[in-house]
Every structure is written in C-alpha cells, then in structure tokens.
Design a protein. Structure first.
Length: 502
C-alpha cells in the first residue's frame, strides 16, 4: 500500500471512528477536511479490514509508522542559556513560527524560544529557580512542568492561564533528584492541539549523584535526548490538527524525533545514553534494537533505578520516559543498527563512526530508591476508576470540572491510590495515568510486584484494560494538582480530576 493509500485509509478510519460514537457527527466539515473523493473512498473501503470499521481506536491496530530513511542527522535541542537578571534563571516563550521539516517546505508550527519544540533547561537539585514564562501566541496557554515537584501555583495546570502577550514569573526550589522531565502546555480543552503543533521541551535535573556516577553525560554526544512524536501531515505538509484529530488520541504515520524527519544518529564506538521521551499525543512505543541485542535501562520518569536493568525492549506510553544505555563500542555501521518499534518499523538508524569514544562503565549501584514494608501495607485510601473511550471518557464516572475538587490529601503524608482501568464491551484501551506535582512509587500491578524497570520514581503509569494498580503517593507541596489520562485528547475530553493538597 503506497503512502497515499495509507493516508487515505487512515483518514477514512478516523471518519468512521468519529462516526461511531455519534452517528450524526460525520458532518460536511469533517468530510471537507479529509479531502477524499467518493471514488477514493470506495477504493479504500474495500481495502479496509472489518475490525477497523467497528471499534474505536484499539491501540493494537493503529496505523504503523513509516520507516525512517535515515537521511537527516538527528537535531539536538539547544541547551537554554541562563539569564542573569534579577535572579531569573530562564526565560521561556511560547511562540508560533515556520519550520522546514520537509525539504524546501515551510510548516506552521509552535515552539518554545523557537519555531518547533523547545530548548533543554537544566536545573540543579537544591537551587532556587525563577523562570519567566511569556505567551507570544495569539491564544491562551499554560506552562506545565511535567514530573516536577513544585507548589501548585508554579505547576502550570489549567488554572494557570497566561493570556496572549502576558507573562508570569514562577519561583521554586528544586527539591527532587536527578531526572529527565519535560514541559508542555496544559490549557483546558486545547492541550492536545498545542502539543501536537509542537509545544514540548525538556527539563533535566542534575544532582551530586548523577554527576558522580560516571555515566555518559556529554550532551548531544553520548547523552542524547530523544523526543518521539507521531504526526499526520496533510497534502500541503501542514499539521492540520482538526483534520487529524481523533477523540481516542491523534495518531499519525510520520515519526519525528526531536522534530527531525527521517532521522539518523551518528555515534562513536562507546556507550551512549539515550533519554527516551514518548512525547506523542496517544501512540505507545515499544523500543528495541533491530539486532535483538539487549541494552540497559538506568532511569525511570523520576530518577535512577537502583541497578541497571538489562532489557531487550522497553514500552513507553505517552509522557513516560526511560533512560537507556546502548553499548556501541563493539559495533560498526555494517551492523545496520537501528532502534525499531514493536512491529519492526525503523525509528532511528544509528551510524557508528570509526572513532572510539569515552570508556565508561555503568555502575552497579545508582540509587537508593525503596518501597518500604510500611508503604506496602497501607490501606487504599483513594480509588480511581478510568473508563470509556472517545469523548465519553471519565474518571470515577465524572468528567473534569475545574470548580470541583475530587480528592484532598495532606501534605507530606503518603497515601495509597488504587487505579483501575475498567474495560467496556469492546475491551477498552490502555490509559496512561499521570499525577502532577509528585513522583510516586508503584506498589503492585494486579497484585504482583511491578517489573524491575518500574521499581523507581514514576509520574505516569501505563494501565492495561482490566488492570488494577496500587501506587504510593506523597505530595511535598500544597495546592491543587491535576491527575489525568495522558492521551491528550482524553485529557481534553475530561478524563482529569483534581486533588487538593492541604
Ligand atoms: Cu504532561 Cu498534566 O501533564
Ligand atoms: Cu504533568
Ligand atoms: Cu485515556
């Protein structure tokens, strides 16, 4: 099936899918956006397999990604320079611009301090940070620091709207350990579109431990950020969110890594640390090496694992991160090495240079994360039930209401939250559950201890249909925080609640 056919089939499946939750919703407007002639439609309908026609977006059947041809060297987000004015450390501007993603074509995109995506901000544990946030868009936005343990008034949730042309300075102390976090907008109902258009950046925290472990840490050289996002470009190579949008999560056939189309990464013969971020609106990724070789995972969303975990693959739902180390020291380009997805589609080819790089060893002990006996025995005091699909998604039977507080919790007190993904007649789907303003610990998945590579700090957790997970949650700061599904369209459709920390 050629690219065009694929696109057409996808457009139709989106139409069919949006038609299924509301039989009358296949409006002329939607038909228009998809730009499909009747003839093409007939064609594709015959190609479609029955499954796609009935259900909602079962995420096992999503359109697969085009292979990266590797013709473009991976772009590395710049490291943001520190300001030096009245204690303000960083200035972050949300902007709209044009980006050459495809050769010779300008795509309208959003970005932070640039036209697409954002720079990397580096923070040190223990420092007090002021960040000036400026909205240069012509629509409302917020600046949310995903995974950061901050007072709620600095968290940038939907209550923290910054209007066009306005700015806000936030201040907080960096109190958590080294981790790969990120930032993105969070305005009520339009988060999915703003992220899809390009608003997402990286936030690294470093501390004494991260600096003394001897891990690869030469930014952009052997310590590489990788933001994975799938997009659907229209005929003019534009990001037309309205046309691409799916209520169960917008997916595309085109992969961008750090905003690079058809990326490849050139590495020396050395151990290379890859900081994987699933920055997609909805797509899950399962990362593995095409050779079947193993790699080690060294960090979760919120910090280092106690010990490196040897894996052949790692799955990340939207917003999850994993740091992995791939050893290229014995490899060369004849190996035709690449990072691939579950189904084998090529995400990121590697070119191994003749240079031998730094010699590093991965320490056997990296952290002192622990889940205590006491925490494991705490009773469940918060229950969260995720249910539904499309625009009918709910948490505990309710949709988000910014005026309603769903839970209260005491500052500094650990409580056990039990989250259940209630299936529907069609089986249901994975929901990645995220809580703001905290890093939590996974106690169990369906009563079993979590896999080794989830025995570390987490701020998002992927939950399968009919799965029940228990997590230990503590907030160090006060205020109102969001918890929600990180399929951004589900979040926008109301799969979100609020916890007030007192
Ligand atoms: Cu990535 Cu509400 O967050
Ligand atoms: Cu968040
Ligand atoms: Cu969801």
């Amino acid at each position: 099936m050629g690219i065009k056919m694929k696109l057409t089939a996808l457009a139709i499946s989106i139409l069919v899918i949006s038609g299924c939750s509301n039989a009358n919703s296949q409006s002329e407007e939607e038909m228009d956006h998809s730009k499909i002639s009747d003839e093409e439609m007939d064609h594709s309908m015959m190609d479609m397999d029955g499954d796609m026609m009935e259900g909602h977006m079962s995420h096992d059947e999503v359109v697969s990604l085009n292979d990266s041809t590797g013709e473009n060297e991976l772009k590395i987000p710049s490291m943001l320079e520190r300001d030096d004015e009245e204690g303000v450390v960083y200035t972050v501007r949300a902007q709209k611009g044009k980006t050459e993603i495809f050769d010779g074509i300008e795509t309208t995109t959003y970005g932070y301090n640039g036209s697409f995506l954002g720079p990397m901000l580096r923070l040190e544990k223990g420092e007090t940070v002021k960040i000036r946030t400026i909205n240069e868009l012509d629509e409302n936005t917020t600046f949310h620091w995903h995974g950061l343990d901050v007072p709620a008034d600095a968290d940038g949730g939907p209550h923290d709207v910054i209007k066009p042309g306005e700015e806000k300075i936030i201040e907080f102390e960096v109190s958590q350990e080294a981790a790969t976090l990120w930032f993105h907008p969070h305005p009520e109902g339009i988060t999915a579109e703003q992220v899809y258009n390009g608003l997402a950046g990286l936030l690294y925290i470093e501390d004494d431990n991260s600096k003394s472990l001897g891990l690869p840490s030469d930014y952009g050289k052997n310590d590489i950020p990788l933001i994975f996002q799938d997009k659907l470009f229209d005929d003019e190579k534009q990001l037309n969110f309205i046309a691409a949008m799916n209520d169960d999560g917008t997916i595309g056939d085109t992969l961008l890594v750090n905003g690079t189309l058809n990326p490849k990464l050139t590495v020396d013969k050395e151990k290379v640390r890859l900081r994987l971020l699933n920055g997609s609106n909805a797509r899950n990724f399962t990362f593995k090496l095409n050779t079947g070789d193993s790699f080690v995972q060294i960090a979760t969303d919120g910090g280092f694992l106690n010990e490196p975990v040897v894996l052949k693959e790692v799955t990340l739902a939207p917003s999850e991160r994993a740091e992995i180390i791939v050893d290229f020291s014995q490899m060369n380009s004849e190996n035709d090495l690449a990072l691939v997805n579950e189904d084998g589609s090529i995400l990121l080819p590697f070119e191994v240079s003749n240079q031998s790089g730094a010699v590093s060893t991965i320490p056997g002990e990296m952290n002192d994360f622990s889940l205590t006996e006491e925490e494991m025995e705490l009773p469940v005091t918060k229950k969260v039930e995720l249910f539904g699909m499309m625009d009918q998604v709910t948490i505990n039977g309710k949709k988000f209401d910014s005026e309603r507080i769903d839970f209260t919790q005491q500052q500094g007190v650990t409580e056990v939250w039990e989250i259940y993904n209630k299936p529907d007649e069609m089986g249901g789907m994975i929901h990645p559950f995220h809580i703001h303003g905290t890093q939590f610990k996974i106690i169990s998945r369906n009563g079993e201890a979590p896999p080794e590579n989830e025995r570390g700090w987490k701020d998002s957790i992927s939950i399968e249909p009919d799965e029940r997970v228990k997590i230990a949650v503590k907030f160090n700061n006060k205020g109102v925080y969001m918890f929600h599904c990180h399929i951004l369209e589900h979040e926008d459709n109301g799969m979100m609640g609020q916890v007030k920390v007192e």
